[in-house]
Design a protein around this ligand. Sequence first.
Ligand SMILES: *[C@@H]1O[C@H](CO)[C@@H](O)[C@H](O)[C@H]1NC(C)=O
Ligand SMILES: *[C@@H]1O[C@H](CO)[C@@H](O)[C@H](O)[C@H]1NC(C)=O
Ligand SMILES: *[C@@H]1O[C@H](CO)[C@@H](O)[C@H](O)[C@H]1NC(C)=O
Ligand SMILES: *[C@@H]1O[C@H](CO)[C@@H](O)[C@H](O)[C@H]1NC(C)=O
Ligand SMILES: *[C@@H]1O[C@H](CO)[C@@H](O)[C@H](O)[C@H]1NC(C)=O
Ligand SMILES: *[C@@H]1O[C@H](CO)[C@@H](O)[C@H](O)[C@H]1NC(C)=O
Length: 627
Amino acid sequence: MYASVLFFVTVSCACSTAHGLSERSFTIDYKNNCFLKDGHPFQYISGSIHYSRIPRFYWKDRLLKMYMAGLDAIQIYVPWNFHETVEGIHNFTGDRDLEHFLDLANQTDLLVILRPGPYICAEWEMGGLPAWLLQRNNIRLRSADPVYLQAVTNWFAVLLPKMTPWLYANGGNIISVQVENEYGSDYACDHNYMRHLRTVLQVYLGKGTVLFTTDGNTDKEMTCGTLEGLYATVDFGTGDNITEAFNRQRRFEPRGPLVNSEYYTGWLDHWGDEHAMVDTQKVSRGLAEMLNMGANINMYMFEGGTNFGYWNGADHDTKFRPVVTSYDYDAPLSEAGDPTEKLLAIRDVIKTFKAIPFGPMPPATPKFAYGFVMLTKVGNISSLLDTFSVGPVQSKYPLTFEELKQFYGFVLYQTTLPRDLTKPTLLISPLNGIRDRAYVSVNGVFQGLLERDTILVMNITGRQGDIMDILVENMGRVNFGSHINDYKGVIGNLILGQDVLTDWKMYPLDIDGAIAAGWPHTLRLHEETNRPSIGPTFYMGTLQPSGVAWDTFLKLNEWKKGQVWINGVNLGRYWPARGPQQTLYVPGPLLSTTLPNNITVLELEEAPVHLRLLFMDRPLLKVADKS
Ligand SMILES: *[C@@H]1O[C@H](CO)[C@@H](O)[C@H](O)[C@H]1NC(C)=O
Ligand SMILES: *[C@@H]1O[C@H](CO)[C@@H](O)[C@H](O)[C@H]1NC(C)=O
Ligand SMILES: *[C@@H]1O[C@H](CO)[C@@H](O)[C@H](O)[C@H]1NC(C)=O
Ligand SMILES: *[C@@H]1O[C@H](CO)[C@@H](O)[C@H](O)[C@H]1NC(C)=O
Ligand SMILES: *[C@@H]1O[C@H](CO)[C@@H](O)[C@H](O)[C@H]1NC(C)=O
Ligand SMILES: *[C@@H]1O[C@H](CO)[C@@H](O)[C@H](O)[C@H]1NC(C)=O
């Protein structure tokens, strides 16, 4: 800390010291181009961590490692849809206990840069916006559309009063608050929307709180994303020219501290990508250069974590590209929170700028290779409708997930064949209306699948009156760009041969609810079978307690695509055939040391001959790691 003060006296940000020493304050010194904390010049080194991607049990561990790396601050997003999944019902408990997280950060001596959105991007489902917003037809998200603004205002009226005690000036650790997120890259460019957010934030947080914006590195983005009264910052990674990027900030913010709000330590993966990696030396060299300029840096990500359940987002540039389950991000702390070479290199850079906390870096948490677990077949989706659904919704034309009020996961669409199809006949989604994958069976026989932007036709055979089951999977809503009104399900008519398919029965499926309540391990199966099936089918097994509950990585070798739960918790999606991710992170605290650990797998395409899973002691995030 002392070192950093000395440092400021000698470089560009030569701020004067101190009036009212005992008063807690965090402000911008425009004259001397820096932040002032309690009246003293302050340059922050921060790292991003998303509490929604880490089990609560591990929050303290990750925060302590960030503190020991020499960080002053953390930067966090608040995902609105994580806290208000159902409109009007708010959840701030357990893994969603934001105030507990802030408290742990405060106890760990970490300041907080808060990013409450309402839109956050973050490669998170719908950029953090709740899917129930889409129930309002033609809603213009991220704009001054009154319907959208009202929903945002209602949410902020719940969230922001919880944040005020945590503001730095009020004795907490929140030093600054970001407004929206890279708003300049949104096509709407609606300054009235930003003005509304500024007003609401100032009402709850007071005019003294430092509010800022973050935008990418073009003048257009800076023009649309910035607003008077909100301090304009930039974000850029190792590939960008640092001088030019900060010059851009200077054009919009001629005086005040230099800030890179997202310095990319790594990058994300989509299904089908090569695993992204960012070179450690480039990261540490760029960091040193920016710190030398007196800039304030937040590293995005410092700890990436996991898209558990259905929380991954998706990009949509030329086509729909969902994000993988792991959000490891090639970050300084791994997905499992382990220190990496990159972390040590970054800490070495930080050490040359300031005193870092005395003592060793906490070690990696222990990992365990529990080995193979054999599974048995439970049954297919069509035969289990009573378990997951209270009954179908009927409609002539198909309804979307949003119309059915089932926002995530899976819905079964059922109809009958309008005529005999003795020859293979094309089932077509003419408007590319499968969002996002459809698994099709006729009278219990799996016939194939459709995939958004990728597989738009398939062949069907059968007889008039045969039952056609189409299980539709939401792969995660688009989190960025002009496609964020990403309705799910069957969003346009399907055509079979010459016929438009009509008279649908749609079964919203509460699979997660059934599994959380103990299914299928509470079942007495009439006959256990280890024969694999084709088409969407459940399998179950148990990992016998071994006396330890350590972190482990689950490999589904030769399984095709699906979802896995352990002890009722949805670990996320697997899709080894598409890659790059090959294993799922299983946090140790989910496991029991004394009871059988209940594993459920929903395989959507085809299970392998050997119905087994492998628990390993290391992750495989690249296709090259496959064998
Ligand atoms: C709130 O979220 C926590 C953590 O995910 C969960 O355990 C709990 O069941 C949720 N509460 C309600 C009422 O849904
Ligand atoms: C934050 O921690 C400090 C001690 O480091 C304590 O004085 C303060 O009350 C804490 N703030 C809150 C809001 O708990
Ligand atoms: C960055 O840009 C500046 C100004 O355009 C230029 O002088 C400098 O050489 C560039 N640096 C690198 C590493 O390309
Ligand atoms: C689902 O299971 C039922 C009962 O075992 C069977 O009759 C049917 O053919 C199966 N359907 C599929 C799609 O496998
Ligand atoms: C459908 O079947 C026809 C006739 O067998 C075949 O020519 C065509 O390639 C098939 N189309 C698809 C998409 O499988
Ligand atoms: C697994 O399921 C069995 C049967 O319902 C139950 O007795 C056991 O407690 C469950 N295990 C855990 C760790 O919850």
